[in-house]
Ligand binder design. Structure first.
Ligand code: MN
Length: 134
C-alpha cells in the first residue's frame, strides 16, 4: 500500500473497500500488476484521498460503513478536480437490479461481487487512465 515517499511506478488506483479480505486481495493483485495503490474502507476518506492524490481510477465498493459508495460517487463527480476520474463500482449480489442507480450516481461501470479476478483486472486496465499526468 502507498503512503511512503518512493516514486510511484504505474497508474494509481484508489481502492475503497471495507472488507479487509477483499481489500488485501485487490491490493496484492493490483500491486502485482504494477499499479500504485491507495486504500481506504470509508467513503468520506475516499473523497478526501481522491481530491488530494487524483488517482487514475477508483475501485469503489458500494456498501460502506459511513456514506454509501453511491454518495461517494456523487460527491466525486460533483467536484471539478475529481469528476474525470473513472469509477468502477463493486456491487453486492443483493444489489442486482440496482445497476441503474449505480450508474446514475456517476460510476462509470460496475462489477458484481463475487468478482472474477481476470475480468476485474481487464476492466481496471480498460478504465484506468494510462497516460502520465503532471
Ligand atoms: Mn462493503
Amino acid at each position: 500500500m502507498s503512503g511512503d515517499t518512493s516514486a510511484p511506478s504505474g497508474p494509481t488506483i484508489l481502492i475503497v473497500e471495507d472488507s479487509e479480505l477483499n481489500l488485501k486481495l485487490l491490493n496484492d493483485i493490483l500491486e502485482y500488476h504494477g499499479y500504485t495503490i491507495l486504500a481506504t474502507s470509508l467513503g468520506e476518506a475516499a473523497v478526501e484521498l481522491a481530491l488530494r492524490h487524483k488517482p487514475d481510477s477508483i475501485l469503489l465498493d458500494i456498501q460502506l460503513p459511513d456514506i454509501s459508495g453511491l454518495e461517494a460517487a456523487r460527491r466525486l463527480k460533483a467536484e471539478e478536480q475529481t469528476r474525470a476520474i473513472p469509477i468502477i463500482a463493486l456491487t453486492a449480489f443483493a444489489m442486482q437490479g440496482d445497476e441503474a442507480k449505480v450508474l446514475a450516481s456517476g460510476c462509470d461501470v460496475y462489477v458484481a461481487k463475487p468478482f472474477n479476478i481476470a475480468e476485474l483486472i481487464n476492466m481496471i486496465a480498460r478504465y484506468t487512465r494510462q497516460e502520465g499526468r503532471s
